[in-house]
Write a protein that binds this ligand. Structure first.
Ligand code: C2E
Ligand code: CA
Ligand code: CA
Length: 277
């Protein structure tokens, strides 16, 4: 019996070390990608269904490695967070998005809403994060930049997180709560933090059928947002039925494959921005 156990734990050890090796290798490749700036930002549009006009865009990071192929951001963002690369990666994301927005504002008509970037809760462990962001957008018109944060920031670092978000808010940033409804934090933070909008999590939208639980949850989130004066964006809208249910409940800003997938900057501008006259 003892032998079986030890054989099993040996097999376990070997597969573990293989996993670690893979992870180590991926980490090295990611460092290289950051050094050589071979990551990309894609942009996904958000539309106001009442007018069909663009009402914002989200920058989403892409990594297509020569050796490893395309890797999901869920995987490499997690790796970057765990292995201390998120600050470097986040800095590249912010610089790239700001430069992109500057270029668009130079060549195209301004659009409604803001360009948003995802910021990991961990990036706010840095007490100078707000200062850094404010400095980066100093050449942009006020209100055109948004940060998307998950509820974990309120759990991870409530005091410091709140102070930094206040500074950002005062500086004209729009602050969005990402994946809203999936976190575990108390709803009281909604009134304490300077939040501008809620992004209703894709899981509710995807499972929403007339009269089911998810439908009621979305309705409740919208009612609450309305009372608190917060804007809402529906994430992951894939079907006309979902869009109609949302519209009937008074949610008008849609982000999802139905209206537009994340695309490279050039294609985004060609399809959805109007050239300046
Ligand atoms: P997220 O912030 O919730 O981003 C939305 C995700 O939903 C994106 O996945 C987007 O491609 C996907 N999506 C949009 N519309 C639809 C739809 O209609 N159906 C479906 N099934 N999916 C849709 P993506 O690009 O794979 O990103 C995954 C996550 O990785 C993001 O989730 C975000 O948490 C993280 N991430 C991506 N880029 C960055 C970044 O630059 N910084 C940080 N910190 N995190 C990032
Ligand atoms: Ca997001
Ligand atoms: Ca989201």
């Amino acid at each position: 019996h003892a032998r079986t156990v030890s054989t099993q734990s040996r097999i376990y050890d070997i597969s573990m070390s293989q996993e670690l090796l893979n992870e180590q290798h991926m980490l090295e490749r990611l460092k290289l990608a950051l050094q050589e700036e071979t990551l990309e930002l894609y942009y996904q549009p958000q539309f106001d269904v009442r007018t069909g006009a663009l009402c914002g865009a989200e920058a989403l990071c892409r990594w297509n490695d020569e050796e490893l192929g395309a890797i999901s951001p869920i995987q490499f963002i997690h790796l970057a967070e765990e292995r201390g690369l998120i600050h470097l990666l986040g800095d590249w994301v912010v610089r790239t998005a700001v430069a992109q927005l500057q270029e668009w504002l130079r060549d195209y008509e301004p659009f409604e809403g803001a360009l948003s970037v995802n910021i990991s809760a961990r990036q706010f462990d840095d007490p100078f994060m707000a200062n850094y962001l404010i400095d980066k957008v100093s050449d942009l018109p006020r209100g055109m930049f948004a940060v998307e944060l998950t509820e974990s920031i309120m759990m991870r670092n409530p005091q410091q997180g709140m102070q930094q978000l206040r500074r950002l808010h005062e500086a004209g940033f729009r602050i969005a709560v990402d994946d809203f409804g999936t976190g575990y934090s108390s709803l009281s933070y909604l009134t304490q933090f300077p939040i501008s909008l809620l992004k209703i999590d894709r899981s509710f939208i995807q499972h929403m059928r007339p009269g089911n639980h998810q439908h009621s949850i979305v309705m409740t989130i919208l009612a609450m947002a309305n009372v608190l004066g917060l804007d809402t964006v529906a994430e992951g809208v894939e079907t006309v039925e979902q869009e109609k249910l949302l519209k009937d409940m008074g949610c008008y800003c849609m982000q999802g494959f139905l209206r537009g997938k994340p695309t490279p900057a050039k294609e985004f501008a060609e399809r959805w921005l109007n050239v300046k006259q």
